[in-house]
Design a protein around this ligand. Structure first.
Ligand code: PLP
Length: 609
């Protein structure tokens, strides 16, 4: 198995060479070298690295598999797809999607007014736009305007009220009427933690009774010729393929019935999203039980079969999977700021002329440790530490003795773990769990991995270098928010081991992978940590270049976003400084200019090395 489960979640996007994680594409630069370059340009703190070639890879794979399945099954309908903007609306992402998708006619899906404007501005003419979610008359009117602009737009109604609004706009304006889609509420639900989008309890979609009512309304208002698409979505990150098959059978039959009833313009089934991404780092944690190939085969085969049986023309197939398209393109790189046991280095030992006997024994254990006795000595050391802490409580040893004891025991732990690293005895595992190291990372999990906070969704994590060296410390990760929820604890069922590093002399960076879907705009500004810095990295045969290098907001911008007026904040600071009794005029000036310097920096902690 590859280190850090790269063969499970990596999809061959990264390779390990000379102990470094490289991008497995063209000149294959190392992530650590890209990071170092960004930092040399003065950008510190966490950085999101974007790789547009990975977005293109996913779009090509999606179209490639459906095109192949369509050919193999002699399917008559065409394949079309849209990217749901809610998955990632960041400009660099949308730009990459539109560029890579142009040759395929890839479109965009919108679920709000702001997203619809993005779709109207960015979708190439002719490529589809679909609009889901609740809509008011204004949003529906925007859809009409998009049609008027020449867009191939489908408004998917989520309830009868929306259809009534469409009818109202159609009757009261002269704008072109967009295509109309109907989302159906299926009996079949999805699977996985996002499964509640499907099933009879789902938030969206029409029941069969409502569907018949909608059909009737469309007919009465002469809009049947605009009703072109049937839509369903059974939930994001679908673990298993079986629920999709059930949903396809149900939706396929509803489609065939509608055709039979006279829905002549109906020509597409939109199967929503659901294509999952592998986030697991350990074989036992894998959840997805299908591949894109199987997914495409099933959709095409099942729909083809139903339509053949019912004597109905094959519908076009539309998908809205977005997680699958963008998750892999983004890597969050975070510097490690501190190791909890950082101070337990040999140099911090301050031994006395005469030490308590148990300290002398710890010294001896440390000196005599070998691979043969390491476990036994480790047990002894832990035992001695207990006794020494007791002695401290009772006042028999002083703070210096206690510090020496803690340092010695940590040195013994580290050396014992090194000596036993290739030997994963259950006892070693138990000890590692007990002796976890806490790594403080310069980022906010609330901001950068909100699905970890909200849903305990795991994201693969791997150091960017030292991958040829043994990683022996059972690691829990702490972010820099003042919130104890900002911790990714050590999980013995899916253990994370990291390197023992001395941050006084070296840097250590962790990459969090597959963070390109949903995390960025779902991210919270808890403690006022903002969206991290970001860099778009274009890789070619000779190297790489940044097409965008954007530092995270500075402190005044963060406050501005919260509706504070930066000028007022500055004025308040100036007044406070002027009123201070503790400063000379010159110190006043210095204080203000130092503060202004800090206000112009991004809000993350600065690692100075
Ligand atoms: N389409 C609709 C209607 C959705 O609600 C969603 C998300 O849940 C998607 C598409 C995107 O699905 P996925 O997250 O599987 O890419």
């Amino acid at each position: 198995q590859q280190p850090y489960g790269l063969d499970i979640w990596g999809d061959q996007n990264f390779i390990i060479r000379d102990g470094k994680a490289h991008i497995n594409y063209k000149s294959s630069p190392a992530l650590i070298d890209i990071t170092t370059q960004i930092r040399s340009e003065g950008i510190t703190g966490p950085v999101i690295l974007r790789f547009p070639h990975l977005i293109a890879k996913q779009i090509d794979a999606l179209y490639g598999h459906f095109t192949r399945a369509i050919e193999e099954n002699h399917y008559q309908g065409r394949f079309k797809a849209v990217f749901p903007l809610k998955v990632n609306q960041y400009p660099e992402v949308v730009k990459s999607i539109v560029e890579a998708g142009r040759e395929h006619g890839y479109g965009l899906e919108a679920g709000s007014k702001a997203e619809l404007i993005l779709a109207m501005a960015n979708t190439p003419t002719g490529s589809p736009i679909t609009v889901n979610g609740f809509k008011d008359v204004e949003m529906i009117t925007m859809g009409f305007l998009a049609a008027q602009m020449g867009h191939n737009i489908t408004l998917t109604i989520e309830g009868i009220g929306e259809l009534e609004s469409i009818i109202e706009v159609a009757e009261n304006t002269s704008f072109r009427v967009p295509n109309i889609g109907i989302r159906i509420r299926l009996h079949s639900g999805g699977s996985g933690i996002w499964a509640k989008s499907g099933g009879m309890q789902a938030k969206f979609g029409l029941t069969s009774t409502e569907l018949l009512e909608a059909f009737d309304l469309l007919k009465r208002h002469n809009l049947l010729d605009r009703f072109t698409m049937l839509h369903f979505h059974i939930g994001s990150q679908m673990d298993e393929i079986a629920p999709l098959k059930r949903a396809l059978r149900e939706a396929g039959n509803i489609y065939a019935e509608l055709k039979r009833m006279g829905a002549d313009a109906l020509r597409a089934i939109n199967i929503g999203g659901g294509l999952s991404v592998e986030y697991a780092q350990h074989p036992t944690q894998r959840v997805r039980n299908y591949s894109l190939k199987e997914f495409a085969n099933d959709v095409v085969f099942l729909l083809g079969g139903i339509m053949r049986a019912k004597g109905v023309e094959h519908p076009n197939i539309v998908t809205e999977s977005g997680r699958f398209i963008t998750a892999s393109h983004a890597v969050l790189v975070t510097p490690v700021l501190e190791l909890f046991s950082h101070d337990y280095q040999e140099r911090s030992l301050k031994l006395k002329e005469v030490n308590p006997p148990l300290i002398e024994e710890l010294l001896e254990l440390n000196n005599m440790l070998t691979s043969g006795n390491s476990i036994e000595y480790l047990h002894d050391a832990l035992d001695h530490l207990e006794s020494l802490l007791k002695l401290f409580e009772l006042g028999y040893i002083d703070l210096q003795d206690r510090s020496n004891a803690e340092t010695l025991v940590h040195l013994i732990i580290k050396r014992a773990l090194y000596l036993k690293q290739s030997n994963q005895l259950p006892e070693i595992e138990r000890l590692q769990e007990r002796l976890q190291e806490r790594y403080l990372v310069n980022s906010s999990f609330f901001q950068s991995m909100p699905d970890y906070w909200g849903l305990k969704q795991h994201f693969p994590v791997m150091p960017l270098d030292r991958l040829e060296q043994p990683a022996i410390r059972a690691a829990s990760l702490w972010d820099i928010t003042c919130d104890s929820d900002g911790e990714i604890g050590f999980d013995p069922k899916a253990p994370l081991y990291l390197h023992d590093v001395d941050l006084d002399v070296e840097e250590y960076f962790l990459g969090f992978f597959n963070v390109g879907a949903y995390q960025e705009t779902l991210g919270m500004h808890h403690n006022l940590f903002s969206h991290p810095s970001e860099a778009t990295v274009l890789i070619d045969d000779d190297g790489y270049r940044f097409t965008n290098l954007d530092e995270a907001e500075d402190i005044l911008e963060i406050l501005d976003n919260l509706e504070y007026d930066p000028a007022t904040v500055l004025k308040q600071l100036e007044t406070r400084i002027a009123e201070s009794e503790f400063m000379t005029k010159e110190e006043n000036r210095d204080t203000l200019s130092t503060l202004k310097h800090f206000l112009a920096q991004n809000g993350y902690l600065r690692t100075t090395k």
